[in-house]
Design a protein around this ligand. Structure first.
Ligand code: ADP
Ligand code: MG
Length: 261
């Protein structure tokens, strides 16, 4: 049986083997050039098809995650952030904590790279096959409060419980309304031991009573969050200001000791 190119292309389309279809000539050339036997040639075709599917899955999952921008861990300058253990971050990027449904708290002052790391770890989780959703704490609180007012809370809690990893950025920049704190508690309870939460905050855990406007709710939230968790506290100067200082835009702030001018 001999198929003309058009008929073969149609069959590959019907089988949804679009990577093989699109690269067929070059893949066959490659198989000949590498003198592959038939079995290895089929393996090569399968590998390229699977590569394309994985790329598509990552693209789609990255869109669904709603990151504010994309930053990966390779772009993180660990030398500029000595309070951070590079090895610990690399281990987190392997995502065992996500598989276990553990929590991760990234704490520290503004500009030290919390959001960058959260996005980098979110992308790493997508790479490992997990679903991820990124939301800021004020947006999450507003969304839950709105759903509550419209009697759609169950549906909304379900939406935020579904992703295997939920990243809640910037907890503590704005205090929660008392009602929002209760709604956040419900979400944390739902996700507890099911899915991971990554929370970034400029407030230490001891200040969360003020953040939530209710120390009883804050304790209940922390009780669940800290049960299976890692807490990373980043210290040091804002990376943004450091860059500005280096370029001479900010002259008043003294350079940290040992920092090259
Ligand atoms: P935070 O969330 O802690 O306020 P960000 O993650 O928003 O800080 O960091 C502020 C900016 O500085 C971002 O553009 C981020 O990519 C960059 N940044 C911060 N720390 C580092 C670092 N150690 N290496 C590279 N870029 C960094
Ligand atoms: Mg941030």
């Amino acid at each position: 049986m001999s198929l003309d190119a058009q008929a073969l292309s149609e069959r590959l389309t019907r089988l949804h083997l679009t990577a093989i279809r699109d690269q067929l000539d070059s893949l066959l050339d490659e198989a000949v050039r590498r003198e592959l036997n038939l079995r290895d040639a089929v393996a090569l075709l399968c590998e390229r098809e699977l590569d394309r599917r994985n790329e598509r899955r990552i693209t789609m999952a990255t869109k669904i995650a709603h990151f504010p921008y994309l930053r990966d861990l390779d772009g993180f300058d660990f030398a500029a952030q000595p309070s951070l253990d590079k090895k610990q971050v690399r281990e987190l990027a392997a995502c065992r904590w996500v598989a276990n449904g553990d929590a991760l708290l990234l704490l520290g002052p503004p500009g030290v790279g919390k959001t960058h790391l959260a996005i980098g770890l979110g992308l790493a989780a997508i790479g490992e096959g997990y679903s991820v959703l990124f939301v800021t704490a004020p947006a999450l609180a507003a969304s839950l409060a709105k759903a509550h007012a419209e009697s759609r809370l169950e549906e909304r809690l379900g939406f935020f419980t579904k992703p295997k990893l939920l990243i809640v950025d910037e907890l503590g920049y704005l205090p929660f309304e008392p009602n929002a704190a209760h709604l956040f508690f419900q979400l944390v309870s739902r996700r507890y031991e099911r899915g991971s939460l990554l929370i970034t905050s400029n407030r230490s855990v001891g200040e969360w009573g003020t953040v939530f406007g209710d120390s009883v709710v804050a304790t209940a939230i922390l009780d669940r969050l800290l049960h299976h968790s890692q807490v990373i506290t980043i210290r040091g100067d804002s990376y943004r200001l450091r860059e500005k200082r280096r370029s001479g835009l900010i002259k008043s702030a003294p350079l940290a000791q040992g920092e090259p001018a």
